[in-house]
Design a protein around this ligand. Sequence first.
Ligand SMILES: Cc1cc2nc3c(=O)[nH]c(=O)nc-3n(C[C@H](O)[C@H](O)[C@H](O)COP(=O)(O)OP(=O)(O)OC[C@H]3O[C@@H](n4cnc5c(N)ncnc54)[C@H](O)[C@@H]3O)c2cc1C
Length: 494
Amino acid sequence: MGKKKVIVIGAGFSGLSAASVLAQKGYDVEVFEKNAKPGGRASQLEEAGYVFDKGPSWYWLPDVFEDFFARFGKRPEDYYHLSRLDPSYRVYFGKDNVVDVPASHKELFELFESIEPGSSEKLRKFLEEAAYKYKVGMKEFVYKPSLSVTEFFDMRILKSLFKMGMFQSIHSYVRKNFNDPRLIQILEFPILFLGAAPKDTPSLYTLMNHADLTLGTWYPDGGFYAVIKGMETLAEEQGVKFNYNAAVEEIVVQNGKATAIKVNGQEIAADVVVGSADYHHVEQHLLPKQYRKYSEKYWDKRNMAPSALLYYMGFDKKIDNLLHHNLLFDEDFNKHAAEIYEDPKWPQKPLLYVSATSKTDKNVAPEGHENIVVLIPVAPDMKSDKEVRAKYRDLILDRIEHLTGEDIKKHLVYERSYAHEEFVGEYNAFKGNAYGLSNTLNQTAVLKPSIVHKKVPNLFYTGQLTTPGPGVPPVIISGQVVASEIEKRFSLQN
Ligand SMILES: Cc1cc2nc3c(=O)[nH]c(=O)nc-3n(C[C@H](O)[C@H](O)[C@H](O)COP(=O)(O)OP(=O)(O)OC[C@H]3O[C@@H](n4cnc5c(N)ncnc54)[C@H](O)[C@@H]3O)c2cc1C
């Protein structure tokens, strides 16, 4: 009798999470990753003396990371150093209309009161409710496998769903309480992480405001990649074996059971397979047709979260009027949202996110320089040719110059852009998506593509296209949920 062999496809956050937990439980776990390094969408770009986080940069929900490492008797600090940012971020509503969101509640309430008299008391209540939603959401929903609605048939849970305004949109909930457009935008901004417009997002997700305004924005020294390296080390400590430059070409299925994967034409036997690459890729490209659970039509109808047009830029000077995180909300949010979700096209006047980790970390850019990442959320499934990329590059430089009042164009010494084509080429991303599926009501919990493959019972899925959804904390949870499901169904030994 030998240990059961679990093969994990992909070494992003969800794959690393699932692999570590399964190895800790006693399975023989091997990860196959198509790229040369772990990280997936959270990879790192290091060039010309600059270090850029290619994907995630907002470290939110530190408790989810703590809970994950605690499973192994560890703490995040055993692997990387965290500090809390204060202010958490800067919002540019216009050249002379700038709001810095502070870390402490005291200063936050003062800020709200100064913008809209009477709003601090409303914010206190709003955040109390958000804290309740977070507590219940984390306890009752997020760690569930979402395989059947019966998981949620509990009067206590149903009652709490109504209490949390599950069936009201964030759009109307926020406007019931606040009038100033700047406060509304600050409260709706975290919804961007969920990949849907506030009017399509249930107000349960104001739990994200608890994440933002109460739990805070943190920075891992060295950037987000330090977290990937930490999780890779942890996985190795649990006995996980990693294979890089190892793209899986096929999942071999015999008599309804996944028996092996094919890599470089070679078959590697498996007892259980976990697909942590994009669900669509694993299902539609790696699995023989007769075993696919969903059709291309099904996939085509999914509401995808936005993709992103990104620029990694190095400047040979400091840009004083930027903070570590900056939201350039000086254009009409609704117009940009419509160009992403309703009538997909290149946005005319996009909102921008600008990150400058060199504000906090001296090791990510040469001294006196700045490493800037600019993100424009855009609809998935678009083509970004040279002209498009040149156009938005100029738009970005003009906007940053205008808003900060700083001369930056002639100080740009390194640049690279990144969009749909790269997401597909590097990660096999469905429609070039950046953040997976939107968290709309009809794509929540049991209504998401299932983590269990019913036609091939030893094939499982994890990651941002399944439950609980996109974002680093949710996909770390997703890996743990799938590991528990495997443990329930498969003994450790053959
Ligand atoms: C630009 C951007 C900004 C973001 N910002 C934030 C943020 O600030 N905070 C936050 O919490 N989240 C953020 N996110 C979301 C977060 O990064 C993702 O939800 C998360 O990293 C996804 O992890 P995953 O494991 O599901 O998928 P992935 O990271 O895509 O991992 C899947 C892995 O599978 C590999 N793979 C694909 N096909 C194969 C194959 N055939 N064989 C072997 N391997 C294969 C891929 O190379 C990849 O490494 C951001 C994402 C992007 C793109």
